[in-house]
Design a protein around this ligand. Structure first.
Ligand code: FAQ
Length: 316
């Protein structure tokens, strides 16, 4: 056995024993790369994910709803920052991470390339998109990389509030006028399938899953999480009194789970490949915000430098 093999074996046995891997521990290059890819994609999703909802802050129907939405969007910014910090522990800089997003090298979740057409969309995002995000993230609280796992614990607490916020918007509308209930149904019709796509390709078409599961970066497969999400969501749809847009959705006694129809994988490929309804708009908004924020980054660096020099001078 050569030295590299033994390091890798020891690494894998730590993973098998459920030990957390920390930033200064030895890790295979592939593990580091996988984490940088996944955690940064996750962070970018939180940051780009503010855009579809931010669009509705000024148009929320009451002060209470406006406050809750503002707080939610602010939480997403915080999640993005925890995740960027966790990624930086792996030896990549914030500048590189943002450059990868802005040049299209790094992905972000397909879901944020769909438009928010009515107030009911904000409820549907909270209920379905945050619901799917939590399903995935609760499992990630047990991911093998310590900084990512710890970020996930905090993020999950906030996401569960977000999901309830969304459900509450929809429940209020479903108990309102016929037109309001129709708005909910329309929003759910548009968000259901893209929410199922959030879990990624089927396991048989997921190039990264086998290794990520072995390293316990992922704790459950894409299909397992998607199935759990479907099973959890159907009783909630019944409470709302709305239909989910899938005629094949039916409880399968043998499997003990709901069966559901085939996802339009061509649509998924198009959206991930940059051709979704809002990809260009989202990237343009992020790049503009980044460029317009350059003065504050320069000011923060200058301030930190000044403070460091001042501290040095007072020690001397
Ligand atoms: N969109 O082999 P796999 C949120 C890519 S947070 C775009 O299965 P993996 C909060 C994948 O990157 C939502 N790309 O890959 C919020 C890979 O491409 P690559 C984000 C996708 O990594 C709520 C290729 O396809 N959550 O919503 C997608 O093992 C409301 C092959 O796929 C996370 O990121 C997709 N949906 O599994 C904010 C959770 N699916 O890199 C605002 C952490 C797959 O080879 C409002 N991430 N791809 O070029 C994960 O759990 C995993 O990375 C998966 C994908 C499950 C997303």
């Amino acid at each position: 056995m050569n030295k590299i093999d033994s390091l890798e074996d020891r690494f894998q046995s730590r993973i098998d024993k459920e030990e957390k891997i920390e930033a200064r521990d030895w890790m295979p290059d592939g593990y580091r790369k996988t984490l940088i890819r996944q955690i940064s994609q996750h962070g970018h999703s939180e940051i780009v994910g503010m855009l579809p909802e931010g669009n509705w802050i000024t148009r929320a129907p009451s002060l209470k709803r406006k406050l809750a939405l503002l707080a939610k969007v602010q939480d997403e910014a915080g999640h993005g920052l925890y995740l960027y910090s966790a990624t930086e522990t792996l030896g990549i800089s914030r500048e590189e991470l943002l450059d990868q997003l802005h040049t299209g090298k790094a992905k972000y979740s397909s879901i944020f390339n769909y438009p928010t057409l009515s107030w009911a969309d904000i409820g549907a995002i909270g209920w379905l998109v945050d619901g799917a995000a939590i399903m995935n993230q609760v499992a990630l609280c047990r991911t093998s990389y310590g900084p990512y796992a710890r970020a996930m614990v905090r993020i999950c607490k906030e996401e569960s509030f977000h999901q309830r916020q969304g459900f509450d918007i929809l429940l209020t509308m479903c108990n309102g006028s016929v037109e309001q209930k129709e708005m909910v149904q329309d929003a759910v019709n548009r968000w259901w399938w893209p929410s199922l796509m959030m879990f990624g390709p089927n396991d048989s078409d997921s190039p990264h899953s086998a290794q990520s599961l072995k390293w316990k970066v992922k704790r459950l497969s894409n299909d397992e999480l998607r199935q759990r999400f479907v099973d959890m969501t159907i009783p909630q749809a019944k409470i709302l009194g709305i239909e989910l847009p899938d005629p094949l959705l039916i409880y399968n006694e043998t499997r003990g789970h709901y069966d559901f129809g085939e996802i339009d994988w061509e649509e998924f490929r198009q959206v991930v490949g940059g051709n979704g309804p809002c990809n260009k708009e989202r990237m343009a908004a992020r790049i503009k915000a980044h460029e317009e924020g350059s003065w504050i980054r320069e000011a923060a660096v200058a301030y930190a430098e000044k403070k460091k020099n001042y501290e040095k001078a007072s020690v001397a």
